[in-house]
Ligand binder design. Structure first.
Ligand code: ATP
Ligand code: MG
Length: 448
């Protein structure tokens, strides 16, 4: 095998014998593969959960769980992995069983280095053929979500995994990190994609309307119930219900949700008939739910029902150069929307953007770039165009936007950004006429 052709392939070796692990790892590394090791099935399952592996080589006999259990786990959870089973001479029937259970090949101990490398090479070729056929040489899809950082790759893998199942998902992350984007990506890549994705903000439903909003009501169930109405669970039947801000759900709502998750049944207000619903739940929160469980404001049983698959969306400041990719992405997006040329960013601006803390995460970055595209008339965006809070660590000269006139100008610009540059709408919000707005814009250097 040449070093080059196999460079990208990752192999996980699972064996309870340290010396076997070392020998195989050394051989595979020499052949140019990335070789990882785990000494038990339990460690291997955890490792596979966190990483993308192409080939697994596993021993059959191990003290706690044996190789067959690992094979079953892989076949249930990671379709695209090739498996080679290692077995001793007396256990040849195990190899037969392993192949039935989804192993792709087996090696009988003791085997030579050549036999090992040949078996791995066959798997590499098989993988290559399959991925070419599927048109997926790069395994991590990004679902229209921008990000090359390792942390985001991890998120993409979780999305991929979640999309293949019907399991409940809990998406956790600070505000503006992209939780809803993740939830949509899961839904639109799942087999439910043709059915509705229904977002519901748990804080927005008053407790008095809770049951009716969630489960619907019958005509005449209460004053004002003029006709039968479906609740969110019926609307999302067959599809996905996105429960946003689940950490803020009242205890009343929590107990109602728990019951549906347990029974998959609902009863509309005013009806004596139980309805079966097939609604997948994806919940999101910016709060630490486990902390809420500890302090008694979130039900532990509900927490575990929701947290079957968890996706942790990282803060923007933890994503390294993704910040720059997002700057480019949003600059292009809003320039296209505004029908204007895509601006460039000075090196100082890029440095400032990279070192800023981004408390509002991607949403804050998106709003800023939109605003800059709308207001800056020059080809190049410079530090003086940035808000004060982002300029403290770069050389900004003696600028200081505290004069009343500057505050007014900044406000106008903000409203314009909010309306995507629509002056009529901006003038309306500012309660001035369009002519006055134009005059003001000219004065601050943004007239047309
Ligand atoms: N990685 C990304 N690539 C492109 N756009 C993104 C990305 N992450 C977030 N966005 C955009 O940022 C905005 C915020 O994303 P989203 O609404 O999914 O975040 P959120 O975590 O649900 O926020 P909040 O906590 O405020 O509800 C959206 O306009 C979304 O399109
Ligand atoms: Mg959101």
């Amino acid at each position: 095998m040449t070093r080059k052709s196999n460079k990208a392939h990752k192999v996980l070796i699972v064996d309870d014998s340290t010396s076997t692990l070392e020998v195989i790892q050394r051989n595979l590394t020499h052949a140019g593969l990335d070789a990882y090791i785990c000494s038990s099935v339990r460690d291997a399952v955890r490792f596979l959960d966190e990483s993308t592996i192409d080939i697994v080589i596993t021993d059959f006999k191990m003290p706690e769980q044996n190789g067959l259990e690992l094979i079953k786990h892989i076949r249930d959870n990671c379709a695209d992995i090739e498996i080679i089973m290692i077995t001793g001479h007396p256990d040849i029937e195990d190899a037969v069983q392993a192949i039935k259970d989804g192993a792709d090949d087996y090696l009988v101990k003791p085997f030579t280095d050549t036999e090992l490398l040949d078996a791995v090479q066959r798997m590499v070729e098989k993988l290559g053929n399959r991925r070419r056929a599927a048109g997926t040489q790069t395994p991590a899809k990004s679902f229209g979500i921008i990000g090359e950082s390792e942390k985001m790759q991890h998120v993409f893998h979780r999305i991929e995994k979640a999309a293949t199942t019907d399991a409940t998902v809990l998406v956790a992350g600070d505000s503006g990190t992209g939780k809803e984007m993740v939830a949509r990506a899961i839904h639109y890549n799942s087999k439910r994609r043709r059915e509705p994705f229904v977002p519901v903000n748990c804080t927005a439903i008053p407790d008095t309307l809770l049951e009716s909003e969630l489960f619907g009501h019958m005509k005449g169930a209460f004053t004002g119930a003029k006709e039968n109405r479906n609740g969110f669970f019926q609307i999302a039947d067959g599809g996905t219900l996105f429960l946003d801000e689940i950490g803020d759900a009242s205890l009343n709502m929590q107990s109602k949700l728990l019951r549906v998750l347990q029974n998959k049944e609902i009863r509309p207000v005013g009806s004596d008939r139980i309805q079966h619903v097939n609604t997948r739940i994806i919940a999101a929160t910016h709060k630490n739910l486990l902390g809420l469980v500890k302090s008694g404001t979130f039900r532990e049983d509900l927490y575990y029902r929701l947290n079957v698959i968890d996706v942790a969306v990282p803060e923007l400041s933890e994503r390294g150069d993704d910040i720059l990719s997002l700057v480019n992405y949003f600059a292009q997006k809003y320039a296209r929307e505004m029908n204007c040329p895509v601006p460039a960013f000075s090196d100082n601006v890029l440095t400032a953007l990279k070192s800023y803390a981004w408390p509002g995460n991607v949403r804050e970055l998106e709003n800023l770039i939109q605003r800059l595209v709308v207001i800056v008339d020059a080809d190049m965006i410079r530090t003086r165009d940035l808000p004060e809070s982002m300029r403290f660590n770069v050389n900004t000269g003696s600028e200081n936007r505290l004069r009343l006139e500057d505050v007014v100008a900044d406000h106008i610009v903000k409203i314009l950004a909010m309306t995507s540059g629509n002056k009529t709408q901006a003038a309306k919000i500012l309660d001035i006429d369009r002519k006055t707005l134009n005059t003001r814009l000219k004065k601050i250097g943004h007239g047309d």
